[in-house]
Design a protein. Structure first.
Length: 285
């Protein structure tokens, strides 16, 4: 049994915490609210952006730390506060407590990739983000690299799943994308996000040598046009097509998770059809 602290216990972090607790690990889930994380998880209430709120509540010792926060603000200040400063606060406090986890897992994003030409990207690809989200994520990754603690960064692509229906709503509203040139999109189901993190923790527990970086995205990148048209056909009753610029204003790259698959992870949802069909069925379509 391991002692595991999950910082950021929302949809993914909270699901991971409950999954680990169900396997009889001792798990703490830290979140800003005092709402219980779930069965078997000790809930801790604090704000990573406020270091004083963290003092005196972090468990010790801990074997693993998972940092999986979500910024409540989509702004440069928000990303700096919750990703860069928040991670810095937690690492600094653990150092003051003389607590060194066996490994720290940081949930990052494929927004760090600057490629917009449809090319493939993986863990070896150069990253020079131009938007604040990617810049701040990369800065947070750097803080972890500089900390000296054993660590693994996991870059998730676009997360979808129950409650994450933005693209479904766009399809229903007649959002349109030209079929050519291809605008490549990448996604990962929230259950696979949880699965990837749990898998990596289990591998470390077994003594498997982990890399410091993994890209996590389902094995089937797809053009945005194909995804939208499939959703419209599956939903049936949708508005007439019309251009919605924001539907096409996104990255154009193909993410490879081969390194993660070579390690032994098997995706539950290997493509968008499987995941979205399940969501639409639950929504009554």
């Amino acid at each position: 049994m391991s002692r595991i602290l999950v910082v950021g216990s929302g949809d993914i972090g909270g699901g991971l915490a409950q999954s680990l607790a169900a396997k009889q690990h001792e798990v703490w889930g830290l979140r800003r609210s005092d709402k219980p994380v779930g069965a078997g998880v000790t809930t801790l209430s604090a704000d990573v952006a406020d270091m004083e709120s963290l003092i005196g509540i972090l468990p010790e010792p801990i074997d693993y730390l998972v940092y999986s926060v979500a910024s409540p603000e989509f702004s440069e200040a928000g990303y700096d506060k919750f990703y860069v400063q928040g991670l810095t606060h937690v690492l600094a406090l653990l150092k003051q407590m003389h607590v060194t986890p066996k490994r720290v897992f940081f949930v990052s994003s494929t927004s760090v990739y600057h490629q917009h030409d449809g090319s493939w990207v993986d863990e070896s690809t150069d990253v020079q983000p131009t938007a604040f989200a990617g810049k701040k994520m990369l800065e947070a990754e750097s803080k972890l690299h500089e900390s000296g603690v054993p660590h693994t960064v996991v870059r998730f692509s676009g997360i979808y799943g129950p409650g994450r229906t933005r693209l479904i709503n766009q399809a229903k509203g007649g959002s349109h994308c030209d079929p050519e040139p291809d605008i490549w999109t990448n996604r990962i189901h929230r259950d696979d996000c949880i699965g990837v993190l749990a898998f990596l923790i289990e591998q470390d527990m077994k003594g498997t040598a982990l890399e410091e970086l993994y890209l996590a995205s389902d094995p089937t990148p797809a053009p945005l046009y194909d995804v939208l048209e499939w959703l419209k056909d599956r939903i049936g009753d949708v508005e007439d097509d019309h251009d919605i610029p924001e539907a096409s204003r996104r990255g154009n790259k193909r993410c490879s998770a081969k390194k993660l698959q070579q390690l032994g992870y098997r995706f539950k949802y290997e493509g968008y059809q499987q995941g979205y069909d399940e969501i639409l069925t639950e929504l009554g379509y």
